[in-house]
Design a binder for this molecule. Structure first.
Ligand code: SF4
Length: 343
């Protein structure tokens, strides 16, 4: 039986050659550029990535430079993008490319997927776009397009569905593997939009699309949510000295936001009196203390519900690092969750 997907390559490639967006990382097929952009684009929108990509590749123009950067400077370049393990894995992979591959980028899916932070999708994207290997690159956008075109009701959050879609696409990949993968991603990002809002009238796959034909675009793709979100209540301190220095500290080397800096904080909510005592016990001479801001920050599996507490102290104390706002801005990577208290 012929797979309905065997009909998509030609109209898709024609559409892509006419409609593809000019993006900075599409100016060449240098695997370093494609890699950095693909890692940044995981979990982050294109508009947000463009500026980061320009800064990152200017500061670190190649694999060698990335392999040699120190961790604080690296995280500073990534500050605000979130999911910081992505940056750490980029550096680890760059170090492996330098030591195990003599500085030249591995060229096959099989080799690429062994590198830290590179999963099937990214390996497929690099191998196909840069080295034209006929291997799919299946992300959420691609899963959505394929579920709709084929009318597939399988849960796209299950790994088995991704595996099945990958196998189906592999069987119908044309010789222009990179363009085919990019076209599918682009279609998902710009035309076959999520939440029942696809622009079917401008879609090159409309003649083949079962969801468009049967009015199923609001139902497909099927996503069955399983994880229950956790909530964590925190009190965050913006502690400053009379000469304008702010207390920060380094987070643990493992876990969420590992290795970055943070404003001092504790789990739970407390009264102003309790907080004053707590800080005094930590060797700080508190002059003034008041709540000033509530902030919610949403991570993948957890929401932080934070109460901001502004504290003025007589002088630096405790085990904190005391830095000026300028130093904080320039040298210490501070996650967005805490930046919200500084602005
Ligand atoms: S016709 Fe509509 S639902 Fe089908 S692939 Fe195109 S945009 Fe998506």
């Amino acid at each position: 039986m012929t797979d309905a997907l065997s009909l998509i390559a030609e109209p898709l490639l024609r559409w892509f050659s006419q409609q593809k967006r000019a993006l900075p990382w599409r100016e060449d097929t240098d695997p370093y550029h494609v890699w950095v952009s693909e890692i940044m684009l995981q979990q982050t929108r294109i508009e947000a990535v463009t500026g980061y990509y320009a800064r990152f590749t200017e500061a670190l123009p190649d694999v060698r430079a990335l392999s040699e950067i120190d961790d604080d400077a690296l995280l500073k370049l990534w500050e605000g993008l979130g999911y910081y393990s992505r940056a750490r894995n980029l550096k680890k992979a760059a170090q492996l490319i330098m030591t195990q591959y003599g500085g030249s980028f591995p060229q096959t899916f099989r080799e690429l997927v062994k590198l830290p932070g590179i999963g099937d999708y990214t390996a497929g994207a690099i191998a196909s776009i840069c080295f034209n290997e006929r291997v799919p690159a299946v992300d959420g956008n691609v899963l959505r397009v394929i579920a709709r075109v084929t009318g597939d009701r399988a849960d796209v959050l299950l790994p088995g569905t991704k595996k099945a879609v990958t196998a189906r696409l592999k069987a119908v990949m044309p010789a222009e593997a990179g363009a085919f993968n990019e076209a599918l991603m682009e279609l998902g990002e710009t035309v076959c939009l999520p939440n029942g809002q696809p622009l079917c009238a401008s879609c090159p796959l409309q003649p083949q699309c079962i969801a468009a034909r049967d009015g199923l675009t609001g139902e497909l793709p099927v996503r069955v949510k399983r994880t229950k979100r956790r909530r964590a209540e925190k009190t965050v301190f913006l502690i400053s000295t009379p000469d304008g220095r702010i207390a920060i500290e380094k987070r643990e080397e493992a876990g969420l936001l590992s290795g970055m800096y943070q404003l001092p904080n504790i789990d739970g909510y407390f009264s102003e009196e309790e907080l004053k005592k707590l800080l005094t016990d930590r060797h700080l001479a508190v002059r003034e203390l008041a709540f000033f801001k509530d902030v919610k920050h949403v991570f993948t599996h957890i929401d932080w519900l934070m109460k901001g507490c502004r504290v003025r102290v007589e002088q630096p104390g405790g085990h904190f690092l005391w830095v000026s706002r300028k130093e904080l801005r320039e040298s210490y990577p501070l996650p967005t969750a805490f930046q919200k208290f500084i602005s």
